[in-house]
Each structure stands twice: as C-alpha cells, then as structure tokens.
Design a protein around this ligand. Structure first.
Ligand code: FHN
Length: 467
C-alpha cells in the first residue's frame, strides 16, 4: 500500500513540474508576489504552525435576529441573503439602532480562548454586511457611529488577548453589501456586482480600513473572505497581499486574499502560485495528510457561524477534540468558531465545550502544539502526530478506540523505539515487530475523549516507506 503522504509528495512533484497552465489570469500577466526565501517564510509562519488551535469569532448585527427573520428561520450570516429570507439592506440597517452589547467582556473572551488551549483568535472586523466592529474613519456604518454602544469593540479584545497570551487576528470580507460601489447580485446572492468605475475607490476603502486595523489592533493574521465574487481577481489579491506585507512584514494572510482557493476544499488550485500563506478548508478536514503544506480547517461548533437562538445542534466535545487531533495528524490548524450573542456573551454550550477541551489540552497539548503530520497512514484505532526534536523524534499515538486485549499495534514504523509512556502517566512496554510497533497498554483508557501514548526515538523516525 502506497503511503498516503507519498501520494501527496508525488502530487507536489507533478505540480512543480507541470507546465504553468493558467487559471483565468496566467502567472505571467500577474504582479509578482513579494520576494521571500524559504527560511524567511518559515520564520514568519513558525508561531502559526506551532499554534495548531485557534478561536474563530463571528459577531455583528446578525446576532440580533440570531437565525430568524420575520418568523422565518434562516442560517448564518453568509446564507441570509442567499436563501428565502432575502433581507433588503434597508430592512437590515436598522439593526444597528438595537446593537448594544452591554455584557461584552473581552477579558472573559480572551481567557475562555486561552483556557481552551487556543493560541490565536480571529474575529470578524467586517463581514459581508459591511458593518465594522472597529472605529473607522472610512464609514459611519460602524459600531462607534451607528449603534447605542458607541465604542470600538476590537482594540480592547486585542489588548485582552495579548494579556492572555493569545495572538489577536481579524477577519475581513472583500464583498461588502453596504458599500456604494457594489450591490448583491440578485441572481447569485453570495456575490456582489461592482460598478467597475468605483472598484479602485473600494480597494482604497479596504486599504484604509486594513491600515486602521493594523494601527489600532495590530493583528497577527488577516483572514480574508468573500474573494469568490467574480469582480475580485488574483491580480487584486496579489496587490493587496504585497500592500499589507509592506505595512507589516510579519503578517500572515490566508489564501482567500487572492483567487487560489479551490472551492470549499480550501486548498489552492495546483496550476500556479497564488497570494496567501495558508489553505482554508471550511467545515471539512482534508481526507489525507498534507505534509509541508500550511492549511487550517475552520469549523462551527453547531451549524451556523453567527449566533442562532434556541440552537440544539452542537458537536460533542469528543468530536471537537478528535477533529483537532485529526487535523494536526494531517499537518493543519483547527480554527473553531463561536458566535456570541447580541448582548456580547459566548453561548454557554460553546463555553462548556471549550472548557472540556481545555481540560484535555492541559493534559495532552504536548501532542498538539508544534507537532506535524503523521509519518504513517492513519491507524484504525486513532491518529498519530509527531514532534521532531534535536535529540530525536517523539511519535504521539492518539487512541480513540482503546484496545481490550492489552496491546496496540502501529504499522509502518521500522525504527527501534527508545522508550514509551502514557502521556502524563506510567511507562509502557514497546517493541518493534515485523508488523510494526507493538505497545503494551493497560485495560482502561486513561481519557474518554482520546488517550495519548508517547513513543520516543533516538533520531528521526524511519518508516517502511523510507526503505
Ligand atoms: O459566507 C461566509 C460565512 O458567513 C463564514 O464567514 C465563512 C467562514 O469561512 N465564510 C463564508 C462562507 O464560505
């Protein structure tokens, strides 16, 4: 059986050798991407690759109707205009008169993220509705000028995040239903139609706001969205990417700044280079490991990005923990969403799940932070992550289905292990067999969500595929 990541490697080689067949804009006609050596890129990306786990926050006026409009159930913000709700902007705008999140406590939000083991937080600064959660001179359609609350929401959260050791990051939508340059496409309601004579003016508007965000909140990641709209081009994305890296050279920017994303799979098309630093699978986890590729799966805890009242469709903590493990075992980051209420509170079902994830991370984060994709195929009982160290590698066995017969086998590893232990527990017997590693395990699983075994090696792990 060809190991999955060998297949990924073959695909990568094919991509590198493949003739540069163009997407709509062939690479030759595009502005160049900024010069950056592999070492410089690795230095810029390192904290993000080590972080592995972040909080996504979708918050705004849409938290007021919270999934219902004139008694009609509607889902999330992005879907509002796309489906039967058809909310005309003139009916949507008055929501600002009601937005007064008196329960908003940025310190509590940052602490919830930190206690869950989340190393960064990405919050919507401006979603498709164009409403800004920060104080911007570019428009009065913002929380300071248009709402009874009247204060910037993001700067205090940025400060609280830094106090809690959480990197502060912002989401920014390229489509903007409220900006005079564009309107919702009546036939393709997830797109806008732009007045081409006003496109440069709108790009200047975006640059002004992004500069304001960098100056007021100093985000470490800019997470773009809405790039799918036809009037936005890869050339626009590259120009914006270069503009932003000129403003802040350590910024990390997702692949939705340009046109590289291939649908919801989130990863880039393979035909050329695109602007952006990491792939963005949404509500899904790639089926196989992608070693050496930077990517992040963004997912909801329920099934809407924005707050939805009376929601009872919540993923279990076990599912959330195992999603995190699955993602890291494939070399990615997990951006897990919360949708705060209009009053400014993270919903209790989210808080409970994050608290339980934090308990698991307190015990097992060594097997998550700074770890990379498994060197072997996915075992039937769980997942593997690996940490490469100066003195040798550590292979973490994340066991979902604890064996009853007292033994666990991991196929594909041929190196002789130096030692083996339950993470946070006793040493275990381990031997290398013709069938792979054989670990002697206790009868009871140490943890109901996922138990972790650490196998230490002197030097790099060798696998059957390496032979
Ligand atoms: O329409 C948005 C949606 O509301 C949400 O922000 C997600 C998050 O990635 N992005 C768009 C849907 O792909």
């Amino acid at each position: 059986m060809i190991r999955t990541w060998t297949v990924a490697l073959v695909c990568l080689v094919v991509f590198l050798l493949a003739p540069r067949v163009g997407h709509a804009e062939s690479e030759g006609s595009l502005p160049p991407l900024p010069e950056e050596s592999a070492e410089q890129r690795d230095e810029r990306m390192q904290w993000w690759r080590d972080a592995r786990f972040g909080m996504f926050v979708h918050w705004g006026l849409y938290a007021i109707p919270a999934g219902e409009w004139k008694g009609e159930p509607v889902r999330g913000i992005g879907e509002w205009i796309m489906n039967r709700a058809d909310i005309p902007l003139e009916e949507y705008r008055p929501l600002a008169d009601e937005f007064n999140p008196t329960e908003y406590d940025p310190e509590r939000w940052a602490r919830i993220a930190a206690d869950a083991g989340m190393k960064y937080l990405v919050i919507t600064s401006k979603h498709h509705d164009g409403f800004c959660l920060f104080d911007t001179d570019a428009t009065e359609w913002d929380v300071v000028d248009a709402t009874p609350y009247g204060k910037d929401l993001l700067a205090p959260l940025a400060e609280a995040c830094r106090r809690q050791g959480v990197k502060f990051c912002t989401y920014y939508s390229i489509i903007d239903w409220a900006h005079p340059s564009q309107k919702i496409d009546p036939d393709q309601k997830h797109n806008t139609i732009i007045d081409e004579s006003q496109k440069d003016q709108y790009i200047a508007y975006m640059k002004q706001q992004l500069r304001e965000l960098i100056e007021s909140c100093d985000p470490d990641v800019l997470w773009f969205d809405g790039e799918w709209t036809p009037w936005w081009t890869e050339a626009d994305g590259r120009e914006l990417y270069s503009f932003l890296l000129d403003l802040k050279p350590t910024l990390i920017i997702n692949n939705r700044v340009g046109k590289g994303r291939k649908g919801m799979s989130g990863m880039n098309r393979g035909d050329q280079q695109y602007a952006g630093d990491f792939g963005t699978p949404e509500q899904e986890i790639p089926p196989t490991g992608l070693p050496g590729v930077d990517w992040e799966s963004c997912m909801t805890m329920n099934d809407t990005w924005g707050y939805k009242k009376n929601d009872d469709n919540w993923k279990s903590t076990e599912k959330l923990v195992r999603n995190l493990i699955d993602i890291v075992s494939k070399g990615g980051n997990f951006l897990l969403n919360v949708g705060p209420t209009a009053q400014g509170e993270i919903p209790q079902p989210s808080v409970e799940r994050l608290d339980e994830m934090g308990d698991w991370m307190n015990r097992y984060s060594e097997a998550i932070y700074g770890c990379t994709a498994s060197p072997v195929d996915t075992p039937e009982w769980g997942r593997c992550t690996v940490r490469q160290g100066a003195d040798g590698d550590t292979l973490y066995l994340h066991v979902f289905d604890w064996p009853t017969g007292g033994g666990l086998t991991l196929r594909g590893v041929v190196s002789e292990p130096a030692s083996c232990r339950l993470l946070g527990g006793e040493s275990l017997g381990v031997r290398s067999t013709s069938d792979g590693l054989r670990v002697s395990v206790p009868q009871q699983a140490p943890n109901r969500l996922a138990s972790v075994i650490a196998v230490e090696f002197d030097g790099r792990i060798q696998t059957a595929a390496d032979e």
